[in-house]
Structure formats: C-alpha cells, structure tokens
Design a protein around this ligand. Structure first.
Ligand code: IVH
Length: 788
C-alpha cells in the first residue's frame, strides 16, 4: 500500500514534467509510447486504490494549459479526445457497445444482422485545431488547449497554405466550426530540420513536435515559413447540419474547399473496419505523413447523438492505434562503417527494441556533427524513430537517464577495416573573393582501393546497372572475389578466368560463362558511364554526364585543374577538388591505366563542347583566382585593361594605379597576389590548360554553336528493342538534347517504340515529329553515333 502510494506520487511527478515539456515547450523528452506506459501504470494503480485519486492527478485532466502569450478561446463545444483500441478484441468490444447503445439486434443464425456503418479515417499525428467560419469567412483559429479553453492562433492558421480563408461554393451554414489536425509531412519535416541544422537553429524530434512548435509561434512569419498542412475530421459548433452522416458531412466540407483525408472510407460492420485498419497499417510507412492509428466513427449523425459522451470521450468513436514509431532503448555502442568513398560513418548499436512492429538493433547516426548535435554518449537512453522506408534514426537523448559510466563517442584514428589513417574532410567555400577551408562533418579512410571495405563497395558500384552494367555479379559474389584475393581493383574484373569464377559460391558452368560474357560485353561504355562507374566522391550520374559532355575526353577529365572544372555547369569548388584529387591519386591512376590496357574502349569521346569553350574569358579566369578584394566586376575590368594574363601578372604599379574600375585596396591586393610566384604560376597553369583544351580568350566573342541537338527536348516512349531507353537517353544527351518525361508544345521530337500510348497520341495531336527506333538509329548515325 505504502509502495503504491509512493509509486503514484512518482508517476504523477514524472507525468506532470512530461506534460509540461510536451504541451508548453513542444519539446517532449520521451516518446509517446513511454508516456502512455507511465500513464496506464498510474491509471491501473489508481483503479486499485480509488482512495488515492486526487483531482490534480494527470489522469484527471485532458491536456495542456493555454500558453499565456496567446489570447484565450473558449470552445463552445468542448474539444474531446478519443478512447483507444490496441487489439482487435478492443474494437469488437467497442462495436458491441455501439450496437447495444443503439439497440440494434445482434447477428442472426445465418451471419446476417445489423451491421453498424462506420466512417474510417487515418489518425494523423499532429495537433488538433479549430477553425471558425462565419458567413463563409475564416474568423478564428484555436488550439485545443485543455479541451475547454484553447489558444487564439488566428493569425498563424491563416498562414497554412491549404486552409481556405473563404469557403467555396454555397450552402455552408452561417456558423461553421471545422476541426482537424495540423500536421507536417515527413518530407517537410526533413527539409525543415536540415535547414534548421544548417543555421544552427532548433531541430525537432519528429514531425508532430515540428508542427506544434511551428504553429505556436508568436511571430506568424515563422509559422508561414514552415510546411504545415491541415486535414479536417469533424465539426464543432455549426448553425445547420451539413449532412446526415459523417462521411457525407466530410464530403460536403470538401466541396467547400476544406481539405479532408483522401483515405476516408465507409465501412459496413466491424470486420470492414478491421480490414481498413490492416490495409492502412500495411501502407503506413509509405504514406507521406505520420499516422498513429485509424479512427472509426459511427457514420449516422443522429446515432452519434443518441450514443453521446463519456466524461471526455465519445461513445460513438474510437482510435485503433498502430504500434509506436518511436521507442526508448539503450545505446550499447557506436561502431564505424566504411563506405564506398571511404566515409567513416558512425552506426548506433542498440539494445534490440521493437519499433512499429520491427525489431531494431542498429540505427544511423549520419556523421560526427550529428553525434555532436544530439550530444549522445555510449550508454545513453535514446529515442529511436522508424518512419517511412528510411533506416531507423536516433532522434534524441534522454539526458535525465544518462548513466554515470556513459562514454563519449570517438572517431577511430585508424580505419577499422584496413588500418589506414582516418582524416577529417575539409570544406572549401568561396565568398567575397576569398577561399576558406573549414572542417567537414565527414571523416574518411585514406586507404582508397587498398581498403577492402572501399574496394568491395567500389566494385559493387562499378558493376551496377547505371554504371558498367555487368549483370550476374551480386554483392555476395563481389565480397568473395575480394576476400579470396581474386580482385584487387575494378580492373581485375577484366582478367578473371573461367576457373576462378566457377570456384565461387553460387556459380556453375553456365552462370560463370554468362558472367564472363557480361564482363566482356561491358568493354565499350560511354565516357559518361565510365566516369560515373569510377565512383568519384560527389560525382553522380549528372555530374559525370556534364564532365563527359563538356570536356569530351577522358584525358581532359583526368587532367583538369579544379579551377578549370568550375567552369562547367553545376560544378562547385568542392566537387572540383574531389575530382582533381581523385585523378591525382597514384592508385586510381593505375586502376584507370589497367582498365584501358585490359581492353576498355570509351565511346562518345569527342571535342570540347563549344559552350564550354565560349564560357572561358580572361575576366572569368581572374575571378576564379580569388584575389582578395577583387570581385567579378573588378576582374572583368582588369581583363579589359590588360588583355592578357601575362600583362596582368607583370603590370607595374604605375599601370595599375592609372587604371579605372578597381579601388585602391583591390589594386594593392592584385600586386601582392602576383608578387607571389606560386600564385602567378598557378594562374599560368590554368591558362595553359584552358589553351591546351582548345580555348582562347577570343572565343568569348564567338557565337555559341553548341552541340548538334543543343536546345532541343526529346521524349522517349514505348519499348525500344536495339538499345535500352537509358542508353538512348545517354546518346541524346551526349548530343546536347534534353530528354523529358512528357510531351508538350516544347517537345522537339518523340521516339516511339511498340506499345507507345498517350505520349504518342499527344505528339500526333500537337504535330510533333515522331521517329520509330530505326529512324532514330539512322538519325544518330547522321551525327556519327553508333547504336551499340
Ligand atoms: S476525432 C470527438 N478524428 O486525435 C472526436 N481525431 O485522441 C474527437 N485525431 O485530439 C476527435 N485524426 O487531434 C478525430 N480522424 C480523426 C483524427 C483525430 C487525428 C487526433 C485529434 C484528437 C486526438 C484524439
């Protein structure tokens, strides 16, 4: 007895603290599931000892207190909450109580009988809001508060994009209070957190907290900048009944422009409800927003009125909950994994815990900046969240529960796989004519392909469909090839022999021959595919295409100086440095040499792109040198005055001081910059390279001729037989065309294979030229490009 009384006090204190953090600070320190467990424990103890129940117990209250900073709103019709069902049996019991309440006959011997109709809606995980419309105009918005009194957030709700300020159509009641959930999509939440982390602002533990924190902002400009959405599920006060049923009512509201859930369904009987629960449950992780259950409501509004309310929950509705997406567990250790580009990333090893129906024992920690942001230590109790298809994440640390022997997370000095040094990456940024180097969040093993972890990943990437497209080599086989020492670099794939392959697990004679043929068939990749296949950090397919198209040859790509690379579209200084240092690396050079020696012939190599040639000017070059205090216009003026780089380098003080369009400080800086021989030589090297690549300053004035299909937009549709659509797309892009997914008046030409449907029809309708595959191949031939 004494123990129970003691525990009740403890639970109340803890729940009060959680309530305060949840409702007032929008910053809960434990997940809902944990809160619910404590709450239920208290409820059970109070049920056993009714004499210990006090009016101020958290079980006797609904929710939060109104934040004093906002005005108060009294809810004419109280904003209630819902009873919960966790098991199917709970729902069946609810259905029976509804049937009893309505006095409907139970089922007869033949399984027929009265089945109650229910509206089925997802239970969005956001916060309840009331919107009051008078004469079709939004006049007030309020939070739920304690159910009787909420906060006036009229200004803030007006910033939510899908909340209509005026109702559409006609027939709405003069007074119409709609109620629903304000929530944030997962994508919106991720974007917001990323942006907040970038500026060192407050990040949120989940979309629900983010929605609450965004809505209850005293500065409505902040609310307006947040990706909030509204979804209506019911009514408060209303001067007329819009429809006799819940589903009919929501559909009517929809016709007035009020957003409702696209998942709204009508169920006949409890079995239909359970089917809805299972269906949404299966699709839950694929929905763009968090839901924590589904809600069933008696569909007929008169029946709802007949059933009435318990203290704070209706008899006619129930929430059927899903397993929680967030749980508490212990961080047992942090291990470091080595990825394809050598990035050494921290991975949380957790005490296994069930999250939304799946046992989780690992979670991503992203990088060391994230570890620092979370302030996480080994031994901590952490909140794990599993949402969508993403890997479970560590969202928050429950610092109150940190044990005394908690240890900090330290990056290993040596790679856990190969023992090479682990270095912190650097970020190179340029602003106001200055290049600054700062520490990056990523640590990297410097072992490159000498590191087995990187080698395996590099080969898996190299053979992948969008890279060299070698079929038949799965991850397990790659691991075996590396572990058995048969392959030490991607180039070694091309020396593999039948006897070696047939010895591998899962390879018989036929499959071995098939693999060797696939390897041999991969020997003529386009330059772009080859660059992509190399797996240069930060170089995805698009960047690989830009490099191939602009520079036209592997030789130029491997030699390009970082400054020269930054002339290319969408290549910034950081990526430029990655590319340059990749090709500077002796090991990588050897691999590329071996690949070429072993018979790789790169296709689609050609001239330097004319756009690129035309983009190089002396002013642009001077700008790229980052001479302190010399911005783009200053660089241009220098170029105009001196005409050649050599003249700028050797300009004497008299020439410079006589010059217009550059301030004193900048002139001084130019002199000092070129007085340093390293700077002067670097500038000369860049200019020499640009010339070697076939560019000259005069080209500035040349008309941009571009690639033969530059400025054109092509669409591929139907199935192609000779080449895949990916290959066709590559070829078109190498000729400068854009390849789009849909036909519009801007489309230049459509390539249509068998099975083409609406796109072909649209092209015909718009009078856009259509080629079949043969004609397309012939056209490629005109530009000197083979179909193979
Ligand atoms: S009906 C009298 N329908 O869940 C009925 N609530 O625990 C009151 N919620 O505060 C609510 N989706 O914020 C209802 N389709 C839905 C809902 C929903 C989410 C929230 C709502 C309410 C809480 C009830």
């Amino acid at each position: 007895m004494k123990d129970s009384a003691q525990r009740i006090l403890e639970l109340r204190n803890e729940l009060d603290a959680h309530n305060y953090r949840y409702y007032v600070l929008d910053e809960p320190s434990v997940p809902d599931a944990e809160y619910d467990r404590l709450f239920r424990e208290l409820q059970a103890l109070e049920a056993e000892h009714p004499e210990l129940v006090t009016p101020d117990s958290p079980t006797q209250r609904v929710g939060g207190e109104a934040l004093s900073a906002f005005g108060e709103v009294r809810h004419e019709v109280p904003m209630l909450s819902l009873g919960n069902a966790f098991e199917e049996d709970d729902l069946r019991a609810f259905d029976r109580s509804v049937q009893n309440g309505l006095g409907v006959q139970g089922g007869d011997l033949f399984g027929g009988g009265a089945e109650v109709e229910y509206s089925c809606e997802p239970k969005l995980d956001g916060l309840a809001v009331s919107l009051l419309y008078r004469d079709g105009k939004l006049v007030r918005g309020a939070t739920r508060g304690d159910g009787t009194t909420g906060e006036d957030i009229s200004v803030n709700v007006r910033t939510i994009r899908n909340v209509p300020l005026k109702l559409q159509g006609s027939g709405w009641p003069d007074v119409l209070e709609v109620r629903g959930e304000v929530y944030m999509s997962r994508a919106g939440f991720e974007r917001l957190n990323a942006a907040q982390a970038e500026i060192g602002g407050k990040t949120f533990a989940n979309p629900r907290n983010a929605a609450a924190g965004s809505l209850r902002q005293l500065d409505s400009k902040i609310t307006a900048s947040r990706p909030l959405e509204f979804c209506c599920y019911g009514l408060g006060q209303h001067s007329a009944e819009p429809a006799p049923t819940q589903v009919g009512m929501l559909q009517r509201l929809k016709s007035w422009g009020i957003p409702i859930s696209p998942e709204l369904k009508l169920a006949k009987g409890v079995e239909d409800c359970l089917a809805y629960y299972r269906d949404i449950g299966e699709r839950r992780m694929g929905l763009p927003y968090d839901i924590d259950g589904v809600v069933f409501k008696v569909n007929n509004i008169e029946d709802q009125q007949q059933l009435g309310f318990r203290a704070r929950t209706p008899h006619w509705a129930i929430a059927h909950k899903f397993p929680a997406m967030e749980e508490l567990t212990e961080l047992l250790d942090v291990e470091f994994q080595v990825g394809r580009t050598g990035a050494v990333t921290p991975v949380a090893r957790l005490k296994p815990v069930k999250v939304a129906g799946v046992t989780v024992s690992n979670a991503t920690l992203h990088n060391m900046d994230e570890v620092a942001r979370l302030g996480v230590m080994i031994g901590d109790t952490v909140i794990i969240r599993r949402a969508g298809d993403v890997i479970p994440q560590v969202m928050q640390v429950v610092t109150e529960r940190r044990p005394e022997n908690a240890r900090p997370v330290a990056v290993p000095e040596q790679c856990p796989v190969c023992g090479s040094a682990v270095e912190r990456t650097q970020l190179i940024k340029r602003s106001k004519g200055r290049e600054t180097v700062s520490e990056g969040a990523v640590y990297r093993c410097v072992g490159r392909l000498a590191c087995a972890a990187q080698l395996k990943q590099a080969i898996i990437h190299f053979v992948s469909r969008r890279a060299m497209d070698i079929e038949g080599l799965g991850e397990k086989s790659v691991e075996q090839l590396v572990d058995e020492g048969l392959v030490g670099s991607p180039a070694d794939l091309y020396t593999l022999e039948f006897d070696q392959v047939v010895g591998l697990e899962g390879f018989a004679e036929v499959s071995s021959n098939k693999l060797l043929k696939a390897i041999a068939d991969s020997k003529r990749p386009s330059l772009a595919r080859f660059i992509y296949a190399l797996g240069i950090p930060d170089v995805g397919e698009e960047t690989a295409k830009v490099l191939a198209r602009s520079l036209g040859s592997l030789e130029r790509v491997t030699q390009a100086l970082p400054e020269v690379l930054t002339y290319l579209p969408d290549i910034g200084l950081e990526v430029a440095h990655e590319i340059h240092s990749f090709f500077e690396d002796a090991h990588n050079q050897t691999v590329i040499r071996h690949l070429l020696e072993r018979g790789l012939e790169l296709q689609d190599q050609g001239e330097l792109a004319a756009e690129f040639a035309a983009s190089t000017t002396l002013g642009g070059l001077l700008d790229k040198l980052n001479i302190p205090f010399v911005a783009a216009t200053g660089a241009k003026n220098l170029a105009e005055r001196f005409k050649t780089l050599e003249a700028v380098i050797t300009a004497d003080w008299l020439d410079l001081s006589a010059m217009k369009g550059l301030n004193e400080k900048a002139k001084q800086s130019v002199r000092e910059f070129f007085a340093n021989a390293d700077n002067a030589n670097r500038a000369r090297a860049i200019e020499t390279q640009l010339r070697d690549f076939g560019m000259h300053w005069e080209s500035e004035k040349k008309v941009v001729e571009g690639l033969p299909l530059a400025g054109q937009t092509w669409v591929l549709t139907g199935s192609l037989e000779v080449m895949s659509r990916d290959v066709a797309k590559d070829k078109l892009e190498s000729l400068g065309a854009k390849v789009a997914g849909s036909v519009s008046a801007k489309t230049t030409c459509v390539v249509a294979g068998p099975g083409a449907g609406s796109k072909l029809a649209k092209a015909t309708e718009l009078n856009i030229p259509v080629l079949d595959e043969q004609a397309f191949i012939a056209r490629l031939g005109d530009y000197g490009i083979a179909a193979e």
